[in-house]
Design a protein around this ligand. Sequence first.
Ligand code: ADP
Length: 374
Amino acid sequence: MILIVDDTPENLISLKKVLEKHDFEVDTASSGEEALKKVLKNEYVLIILDVQMPGMDGFEVAEAISGYSKAKETAIIFLSAANTELKFITKGYSSGGLDYITKPVDMGILLLKVKTFYRIYEQSRKLIEIQKALMDEIEFRKKAEHKKDEFISIASHELKTPLTSVKGYVQLLGRSIDKGDLETVKKHLQKAEVQLEKLNDLIADLLDISKIESGKLKFNKKNFVMDDLLDSIIEIMHQSNPEFHILKEGHAPQEIFGDEMRIEQVIINFLTNAMKYSPGTSEIKIVVRFENAGVYVGVKDYGIGIDTEQQKSVFDKFYRVEETAIHFQGLGIGLYISAEIIRRHGGEVGVKSAIGEGSEFYFHIPLISPTDPD
Ligand code: ADP
């Protein structure tokens, strides 16, 4: 928008008319004071400013405007009666572009100048946009680098913990064998096995991540029955976590074409999280039903829950809810891998949750998922 500032109404009207005829949006002010008020409120590409006005003159207005951050890109064309005034023109104004036209105004020249300033304004806008996009990109890459470093440090720690335990149990085993204490040997062996299993799961997850990155995560799809898979998972999980009751609600006796081991991995991941993020509770529900030519499976816990804002990000790579991350161990990759597995079955994942009430992590896959293109 252009602001014309002139104390003579006829000048205002005639300039306004010409500019509007050439499709420019025009605003007017009949004094310097009024112009300053308008500049504070609106954004102008260009101000056409009469130099000689009672009260504030054009130069004073320009000087004041130069202090407004809002008018940083605004150009000014002075309308001056005589060339002698022009030596004052550069005084005080150093923000946007600057030019002048002597009175009586040659409309052809004025239009040319207006168009040029508009073009410059648009180009500088574009440059600012590009600069902003570049800054955002740089910031993103920093952040990404920082996330990677953080991940490496967490991953090393997570791998080291079970490894240190295994080392300890092996030493104890040696001592128990020397003593011939077979009962203790068995106990230590079992404990070492649990830690080795943890290590194995962590390494498998890390391998999955790199397979996803390189597009090498392969699926072995066959027919299986979701009900049977769920029953077997519940039995296994119950054995390793007897403190939790896992109840199944609903049925899905239909055959599904998919990678049973990978779907099992997703459900176990949901269940492991359900237990991990629900301290002090002992019940988990698995909801299963046939729906929209596919199967819905939801794992419902009564734990800490996740707020709406964070729910959007939990399936992102390396994402962990910051407020709770220090209380629970994890790498923030399980849900990312799960989402990728379900996506590759033509399905979708999601979560319904409320802070302090618990969460239901779910997926829906079609009965027949698409086969991989390769
Ligand atoms: P990890 O548990 O190793 O951190 P995940 O990818 O499995 O990684 O989960 C990502 C994040 O989502 C977790 O760090 C946690 O903040 C949140 N989350 C996952 N499952 C639950 C759950 N059942 N209840 C509350 N928060 C959860």
